[in-house]
Each structure stands twice: as structure tokens, then as C-alpha cells.
Design a protein around this ligand. Structure first.
Ligand code: SF4
Length: 227
């Protein structure tokens, strides 16, 4: 680019910054200047609208809210759970009940990451009545949404919580006890399957195994950072 053109761009940027300062705006929101972030935001918003209006399976008839998922669009770590429970169905947010509190503890106290810096979603976006397991048909109809979320967010690591997420992201049909604790790959993204936090509410012994799986994720992220 010619030098004169660069000088002109800098001049225009400086004058815009001056105007913003006069308006009392000291900080420019990241999404207004980062085109990759904006693309992700647009794609996720489009997907959110689609999921909110979805009636592809029977769960649409009994849900209160669709639970799309939430978190940082640039998350390094993305958690994928099974399906919303009663509190999630009422609030429209993932992992807000007792199991959610445990997951928040794992993220914030264990991993030392603020919950809002990860992304959390489920394989199935509407609550199965009476907290039953989602049926194979429901998983088949819904799984495309979480697959698209992963494609948009492109996390560095996926953590699959429980059987349904683990089987989807590893392609294995083995029980979670056999799949967990080992590295798998989903479209080039490393996957660590572990137990669902709801399981830990009744199985204290599983906490040690979950922590060992989480430590593998932390070691992987630390190694990646140091090269
Ligand atoms: S569970 Fe998924 S596929 Fe079924 S209605 Fe809800 S969003 Fe649609």
C-alpha cells in the first residue's frame, strides 16, 4: 500500500478516536474492530435464531426454553454436555442447576478459568421430559446444531461430559467409563471425554477421575502455550 494512503488511514482513524473521546467512549468494543470475531458472532446469531425456532423433534412440544449454549466466542475450551435439565429449561441457560454448580467449580476453582471464558453447550438443546435420556432420534435430529457451534467457535480443546457427548465426539459406542481419560479427535480438535457432573453428584469417587482428565487438558493447554 502506498505511504500516502497509509498516512491518510492513520489520520482518519485518529480523527475518529478524537470524536469517540469527545463522546466519552474510551474503549472500542472488540467486535467492532475484529473481523474474525464479527464473523463468528454473526454465524452464531444466525444459528441461535434457527435453533430457537426448531421443531424437528418431539421435545419441541414439551420444552419451556431452547437452551442454545453460552460463553466466549473465542473460547479455548468448549464443554459439551448431554441435554438441559429442569432449571436449564426454565432459564434457557446451560448448566445452572446442581450439576452446573459443580461444573462451574471445576472450571473456575479447578481450571482457574472464569466460566464466561469457556463455551458450554449440549448435544440436545431441549429438555427431555422427566430428565430421561434423549432418544437416538432426538440426538440424530439435534446433533447438527452443536456440530455447527464447534465449527464456528473452533476451540483448542473439547471436553465431552458424559456418554452422549463422548459418543458423538469420539465416534465410539463404548461406555463412558472406557472412553474417558484418553485423547480423541473431532475434526482435528483434541477431545477429552469425562464423566458428566450430574453423575458426580451421586458418585463422589468419580471426582478424582474427572480431575485427572481435567489435569490432562490443563497440561495440554500449558504445553501448547510454551510450544
Ligand atoms: S431438541 Fe433439538 S432437534 Fe429437537 S426440537 Fe429441540 S432444538 Fe430441535
Amino acid at each position: 500500500m502506498p505511504k500516502k494512503r497509509i498516512e491518510k488511514i492513520i489520520e482518519q482513524a485518529e480523527s475518529r478516536l478524537e470524536i469517540l473521546k469527545e463522546l466519552g467512549i474510551d474503549e472500542i468494543p472488540r467486535e467492532s474492530i475484529d473481523p474474525v470475531f464479527r464473523r463468528k458472532q454473526d454465524a452464531l446469531e444466525k444459528l441461535r435464531k434457527e435453533v430457537r425456532g426448531c421443531n424437528k423433534c418431539e421435545l419441541a412440544k414439551t420444552r419451556t426454553c431452547v437452551v442454545f449454549g453460552e460463553g466466549d466466542l473465542n473460547a479455548e475450551v468448549m464443554f459439551v454436555g448431554e441435554a438441559p435439565g429442569a432449571e436449564e429449561d426454565l432459564s434457557g441457560r446451560p448448566f445452572v442447576g446442581a450439576a452446573g454448580k459443580l461444573l462451574t467449580d471445576i472450571i473456575e476453582r479447578g481450571m482457574k478459568i472464569p466460566r464466561k471464558k469457556v463455551f458450554i453447550g449440549n448435544v440436545v438443546k431441549c429438555r427431555p421430559p422427566m430428565n430421561r435420556d434423549p432418544s437416538p432420534e432426538e440426538v440424530k435430529e439435534c446433533k447438527g446444531f452443536v456440530e455447527r457451534q464447534i465449527k464456528i467457535i473452533q476451540p483448542r480443546v473439547l471436553i465431552a461430559l458424559g456418554k452422549f457427548a463422548a459418543q458423538l465426539l469420539t465416534g465410539s459406542e463404548e461406555p463412558i467409563s472406557r472412553i474417558r481419560g484418553k485423547w480423541w479427535e473431532y475434526n482435528g480438535i483434541p477431545v477429552m471425554p469425562t464423566y458428566h457432573p450430574a453423575y458426580l453428584l451421586y458418585n463422589n469417587a468419580g471426582k478424582r477421575e474427572v480431575w485427572s482428565d481435567i489435569k490432562q487438558v490443563l497440561n495440554y493447554l500449558a504445553k501448547e502455550k510454551t510450544g
